[in-house]
Design a protein around this ligand. Structure first.
Ligand code: SF4
Length: 445
């Protein structure tokens, strides 16, 4: 069965293989290989024979939710794009967000590197469904080694007549342009991405207007994550209803989870949504690589609040992870063993957000820097007990008070670390040594 794979060590147990299909085949970026061995462009040919609105309905039926982090239903998002009327014709854009820069997240790059045609096919289907004229792949600037491959794959699709003028005799013109980012994490936020795409400074915009009304170059635009668009060909091939049977009723399909940190087999795993976290971490990723107990797991990229062992059994779907106080986010799991200093780990995360703040909002710009400074002194044995109250009073004044979610993203790991591992922060302050790592040198500030 081409839609499933077996995992080494799991005998004949079958795992769904919709996104990473062909990913082990180094020639899969070649159009011929993708077409001849992996059912490539079958879904696109099927979609181009359907009414655009029927394609959107199929994606709606599949129930797929955006894989970039927010988990918004993709089909519904597509349906927000305005249709032409006799009075008004629109220029519409489809933008693929390939700016993957969240610490602990490394799934889109695998699709871009090993399965680029599946993304291109998904973008053609999406472009047809929304009757777009142009698709953009906004790709993280550091992915230099992927860009050449992606552009070569796009050129092959052009030569095959899948992009360009009058695609397969439909009368529809559509092309895909690759646009490189310049290294700012904030450009993964959709409106900052649009600014950057237009050649402006990569800062988030005030919403509304939402991109479906006024997006790239002031025109209606839909922005989808790489993984979301790459899921579209399997949805069209198997049918939305069949796809919806995978996962749980409100969290359908598979997603690519990235596991990093203290595990024996770090890497990416395609699994149905709702798979228990401990099955992924313990069974598939092999459990702790150091032989030490696992202390904390960040379940959805660096912005997600941390879980301690009470929640290691959490099913990995958007709703359950949220109900347990975190977010499924980008699907990147960061695993930390008991020797990890939670003060140091939190400082490292907050330093990242303070550095990446675009500076437009005072709570984010100033608040993240203050958090970093307070954590820095705690980490280095110069903290005071009042600092913990100061942190607790700072985060509610950052979260939900900013233009974009970066401010909230910094507060998630901060609050959860303090709530679940407060004793480690207190130990740094009172003993001037590290709770997890003993008397390691805590240099003076
Ligand atoms: Fe910029 Fe931070 Fe405000 Fe987002 S929350 S717009 S990153 S200052």
């Amino acid at each position: 069965d081409p839609h499933t794979y077996t995992f080494p060590g799991f005998g004949s147990e079958k795992f769904p293989n919709l996104m990473l299909r062909g990913a082990g085949d180094l020639d899969n970026w070649n159009l011929k290989v993708y077409e001849q061995q992996h059912e490539g462009y079958v879904a696109m040919k099927k979609a181009l024979k359907m009414e655009p609105v029927a394609v959107t309905e199929e994606v709606k039926t599949s129930g797929i939710r955006g894989r970039g982090g927010a988990g918004f239903p993709a089909g519904l998002k597509w349906s927000f794009m305005p249709k032409d009327t006799p009075e008004r014709k629109f220029t519409r854009y489809l933008v693929c967000n390939g700016d993957e820069g969240e610490p602990g997240t490394f799934k889109d790059r695998v699709i871009l590197e090993y399965n680029p045609h599946q993304l291109i096919e998904g973008m053609i289907i999406g472009g047809w469904a929304m009757q777009c004229q142009t698709g953009y792949v906004y790709i993280r600037g550091e992915f230099l080694w992927l860009i050449e491959k992606l552009e070569a794959a796009i050129e092959q699709a052009r030569e095959a007549g899948y992009l360009g003028k009058n695609i397969l005799g439909t009368g529809w013109d559509y092309d895909i342009i690759v646009h490189r980012g310049a290294g700012a994490y904030i450009c993964g936020e959709e409106t900052a991405l649009l600014n950057s795409l237009e050649g402006r400074r990569g800062e988030p915009r005030v919403k509304p207007p939402f991109p479906a009304a006024k997006g790239a170059f002031g025109q209606p635009t839909t922005i989808n994550n790489v993984e979301t668009l790459a899921a579209v060909p399997p949805i069209l091939r198997m049918g939305g209803a069949e796809y919806a049977k995978i996962g749980t009723p409100k969290n359908t399909g598979t997603r690519i989870f990235g596991v990093s940190g203290h595990v024996k087999r770090p890497g990416i795993y395609e699994l149905p949504l709702g798979t228990p976290m401990n099955f992924l971490v313990e069974e598939l990723a092999g459990g702790s690589s150091t032989g030490k107990k696992i202390k904390a797991i960040i379940p959805g990229g660096a912005s997600a609040p941390m879980f301690d062992d009470k929640d290691f059994d959490c099913p990995l779907d958007f709703d359950t992870v949220k109900a347990r106080g975190s977010m499924a986010g980008s699907g990147g799991l960061i695993v930390m063993d008991e020797d990890t200093c939670m003060v140091q780990a939190t400082l490292r995360l907050i330093k990242f957000y303070a550095h990446e703040s675009c500076g437009q909002c005072t709570p984010c710009r100033e608040g993240c820097n203050w958090l970093e400074m307070i954590l820095y002194r705690i980490e280095h044995g110069e903290g005071k007990m009042e600092d913990l109250d100061l942190i607790a009073s700072l985060t509610p004044r950052i979260g939900l008070r900013t233009l974009c979610p970066l401010g909230d993203a910094a507060c998630g790991p901060m609050d959860s670390a303090l709530q679940k591992f407060r004793h480690e922060f207190e130990h740094h302050i009172t003993h001037k040594t590290c709770y997890s790592q003993g008397p390691r040198l805590l240099a003076k500030v």
